[in-house]
Design a protein around this ligand. Structure first.
Ligand SMILES: [Zn+2]
Length: 267
């Protein structure tokens, strides 16, 4: 299913006289196993254009259709930025992972990764004690044999965060990281999310700059939950918030996504 929707700025949008709208490619898969991706897409359609001028193309097929689309060589050719709202933790499809990664690292197309997009392609960065980790050496060997000149597609290097588990859903007090990043400069110093999953930072990459963080009441540590990662020629904005509709109906979530779109595209 492909739907192209022209979403014009509302009265609340920033003034961008004469500016071309940002061409966004929003990719999700339906129905989603742990997440209501249809409702999330509808919330994005309704709310995010209040904060920035965008023209959004929605790719929302079933799982197999989405995989086929993501393996097309230039699937983001006609767009300024890609948003991935998907969850493929147990996929071993390294060709798919590679093709998604090079849209940004080689073609320079910025990308926004929402929530479970960070828990995707676990086997490319291993998950201790899991069948994903058992398969990582095999996948690397097969990759070298098949593509001796190409880098192995480690999804956590691309996203900027190695994460394989999360806290139980609960209220989160979200704080801005220091120094304050331009994406959240117009935010209050504290933002309360009524219920979401805090993704545990196993390895926050040195190429990434923290934007938002929260304290875990489970492990008593701070975890970055939004950041900008330099991934080759392009930038990634990752945000691990976005499990349920509590977050997807929060105006501050819409605003942070709109600000990230503007920051990554420079518009
Ligand atoms: Zn989730």
């Amino acid at each position: 299913m492909k739907t192209t929707v022209l979403l014009l700025a509302s009265l609340f949008a920033p003034v961008l006289y004469g500016a071309e709208p940002v061409e966004v490619l929003y990719i999700t898969h339906l129905p989603g196993r742990y997440h209501d991706y249809k409702a999330q897409m509808e919330a994005f359609k309704k709310h995010v254009p209040r904060f920035t001028e965008v023209e959004v193309t929605y790719r929302a097929g079933n799982h197999d259709e989405t995989v086929a689309f993501l393996k097309q060589p230039d699937f983001a050719r006609d767009h300024d930025i890609i948003i991935y709202n998907l969850c493929m933790a147990h996929s071993y499809d390294t060709d798919q992972a590679y093709n998604m990664i090079v849209q940004t690292t080689e073609k320079g197309k910025p990308a926004i990764l929402l929530h479970c997009a960070m828990h995707t392609f676990w086997a490319t960065f291993g998950k201790p004690g899991s069948r994903e980790a058992e398969n990582t050496p095999r996948l690397k060997t097969e990759w070298r044999a098949k593509h001796p000149r190409l880098d192995f597609p480690d999804w956590s290097t691309f996203s900027g965060l190695d994460t394989k588990r999360h806290d139980k859903q609960r209220e989160l007090k979200v704080l801005r990281a220091k120094p304050v990043h331009p994406i959240v400069k117009d935010f209050q110093s504290e933002w309360t999310i009524s219920k979401d999953e805090l993704y545990v930072n196993m390895d926050f990459k040195s190429t990434a700059t923290p934007v938002l963080k929260a304290h875990s009441v489970q492990d008593k540590k701070e975890h970055v939950l939004a950041w900008v990662n330099q991934a080759g020629k392009g930038k990634v904005f990752g945000i691990t918030l976005g499990h349920g509709m509590e977050t997807f109906s929060d105006p501050d979530y819409h605003r942070v996504l709109a600000n990230a779109i503007e920051f990554l595209t420079g518009k």
